[in-house]
Design a protein around this ligand. Sequence first.
Ligand code: NAP
Length: 259
Amino acid sequence: MSQDLFRLDNKVALVTGGAQGLGRMIAEGLLRVGATVAITSRKADICEKAAEEMTALGRCVPLPADLSTPEAAVELAARFRETLGACHILVNNAGKTWGGAIDSFPDKAWPSVMSVNVQTPFTLVRELLPELSAAGTPDDPARIINIGSVAGVKTEKLQAYSYAASKAAIHMLTRDLAGDLAARNITVNAVIPGYFPTKMTAHMREEDAVDPTLLSHIPVKRLGRPEDIAGTVIFLCSRGGGYVTGTLLPVDGGLVGCG
Ligand SMILES: NC(=O)c1ccc[n+]([C@@H]2O[C@H](COP(=O)([O-])OP(=O)(O)OC[C@H]3O[C@@H](n4cnc5c(N)ncnc54)[C@H](OP(=O)(O)O)[C@@H]3O)[C@@H](O)[C@H]2O)c1
């Protein structure tokens, strides 16, 4: 058995939305265990600054991209290929939400959310299939991780209608892709975060104090931490996680499992 079950030396990863929030936690985790990591952000300066900061941990490459359209995903895959060549790990993390009362929930909240959360992850998978297939072996497959949400599994009363539907869609897409890509030595899993303190959940905190009603709703009574999400993604990307595919893995302090 390998001594380094959870090391990722010589692996190349793409983490969309890796400049901030959960994507940054994941990118830093992958860098710490030896991977080369490319990150995206919509703003070039933010992307470059984040990559520069993370270079202290390993090789981090900024690839600015607005993933609102499938065309942008095709273009990002081309730039990634040109810059890094190989792709062992794809983490589809970039995500968009929209909250609003049902009576006035706008139609425009559907295509934009579905595009960033479901369609462009699919397009990135399709475009990077040659690299992922080339990187994977029966003993050490290539890995695709889609970041889903508890909102796509259980009713969280967030009034984020298109978001919850998009996350349920990426969960199902994960299972479909896992079945289709197993023979190409690529595993596909979804990580299902509960509540983490990022920009997306900023409205649930006031000056860093978390809404006590939210905390009382989480079985372990705390928000997620960087090591919670990074550790799970590292496991799924490592030798230790090579036999896991088609799973939807909650990292949520018990919201799904204990519900
Ligand atoms: N925080 C939570 O509690 C929680 C819970 C469940 C699931 N999630 C999921 O975790 C993922 C990361 O969210 P987060 O919590 O880290 O929120 P966040 O801080 O708001 O980050 C959202 C990320 O998505 C990127 N993004 C948004 N729209 C984009 C677009 N059109 N093109 C390219 N990138 C885009 C952002 O990149 P920029 O740098 O360009 O802004 C940013 O990196 C999402 O898929 C989200 O649904 C989060």
